[in-house]
Design a protein around this ligand. Structure first.
Ligand SMILES: NC(=O)NCCC(=O)O
Length: 381
């Protein structure tokens, strides 16, 4: 589908429309795994301009460990106005207003750890390659406007919030694509800078920032050990692996990606990472279309244009056994909540033994060789 065709709500809504109810359960169990119970989110106030959905991932009871229940939430949202305004404070406050309403609902749903979409407090202006005015959106991770805005909400709802922003380093002025982790007491626990920067289609992000220099940090929160693999990093299995080796129990993947480029990959990559690494993954995509005042090109022979395609939303959450939630809508703002029992990670690891059988030393050796200029591929004739 191109951005000009009529957008459909979700794959799930099409399956529901055309597959008889008694068969739909079977189809869903093959496509999505175990049937998940729905969470009662009646405490959330229904609002006409965004959806709220919630599911429960259960683990077996253990006699030596208590269940480790945590509620995670992910938010996907439009930026508000179809044509982006170049007035930075105005654009930013409209986004705060829109996202703030959804965060309040997450608080009411008892969410413990919430993650927002990639570069949430700004339009995804990196397609333009213009520095002015978009670089003005870059802000301090420690005391920038978005951190300050969220700190109050973290404290109010006793909620950890992962805030993916365009960061301006406090000392050097250098710009980074960064996820800031603010704990449930409103303190900045730390940050992670995007490790893999795209050079594909209109994703001209390398004009603005470099590959991150923060490694693969795992943040120990009161609700579990979390990590963030920012957008294009989801195409890199070693990126996911390192968060797992460092002990992540939940990995968030805040993204910005469009129809016509990545949609067939979307349901695979974060889901596969959950299976391969024995942790929960939460894939979050922006939603809607963003149009910029000036035309841009990306050296791909396409005519100059002003629209950045359709961000298809479809945020979803996967357990280490591959069971996943349905996706949020492809067209509407939404809050997806999932109650996880983190004991499931070890239970699935025990069943499949991927950690035991992964043979890291074998690959260390091979990868070291493969990264050398003198590398000769192991091929037999
Ligand atoms: N934001 C971002 O890294 N997008 C790249 C496109 C993709 O990975 O689908």
């Amino acid at each position: 589908m191109t951005s000009e065709e009529e957008p459909f709500h979700s794959v799930e809504s099409i399956l529901q429309e055309f597959i008889p109810e008694e068969k739909l359960r079977l189809v869903n169990s093959v496509l999505y795994g175990e049937t998940l119970r729905k969470l009662d989110l009646s405490s959330a106030e229904a609002e006409s301009n965004f959806d709220v959905a919630g599911y429960k991932f259960e683990a077996k009871p253990e006699s030596s460990r208590q269940p480790r229940i945590v509620r995670v939430g992910v938010i996907q949202n439009h930026i508000g106005n179809p044509v982006v305004s170049t007035n930075v404070p105005q654009e930013r406050s409209a986004i705060y207003e829109r996202v703030g309403r959804i965060i309040h609902q997450a608080g009411r749903c008892g969410v413990n750890v919430l993650c927002l979409q990639e570069a949430w407090p700004m339009p995804f202006a990196f397609c333009t390659r213009e520095k002015h005015p978009w670089c003005e959106f870059a802000e301090s991770a420690i005391d920038g406007p978005s951190t300050k805005f969220l700190q109050a909400l973290c404290t109010k709802y006793n909620m950890v919030i992962v805030s993916p922003i365009l960061e301006r380093d406090d000392v050097t002025d250098v710009i980074w694509n960064t996820a800031v982790v603010i704990d449930n007491h409103g303190r900045v626990l730390g940050k992670h800078r995007k490790n893999h920067i795209p050079r594909v289609g209109d994703f001209n992000e390398s004009t603005y920032y470099f590959e991150g220099n923060t490694g693969h940090p795992v943040f120990e929160t009161e609700f579990g050990r979390i990590a963030i693999n920012i957008c294009y990093g989801r195409h890199h299995p070693l990126n996911w692996l390192m968060f797992g080796l460092n002990g992540a129990e939940i990995v968030f993947n805040p993204s910005a990606t469009i129809t016509g480029l990545s949609e067939p990959l979307w349901g695979i990559e974060a889901r596969n990472a959950a299976v391969a690494n024995g942790y929960f993954t939460c894939a979050i995509n922006r939603v809607g279309s963003e149009e910029f005042p000036n035309q841009f090109t990306s050296g791909d022979g396409k005519p100059a244009h002003t629209k950045f395609g359709h961000f298809y939303g479809s945020s979803y959450i996967t357990a280490p056994n591959g069971t996943r939630t349905p996706g949020l809508s492809r067209t509407r703002d939404g809050l997806l909540v999932a109650e996880l029992d983190l004991n499931l990670n070890r239970q699935v690891r025990d069943i499949w033994g991927f950690q035991m059988t992964q043979r890291l030393p074998l690959y260390v050796d091979s990868l070291t060789k493969a990264s050398e200029l003198s590398f000769e591929p192991q091929r037999m004739k």
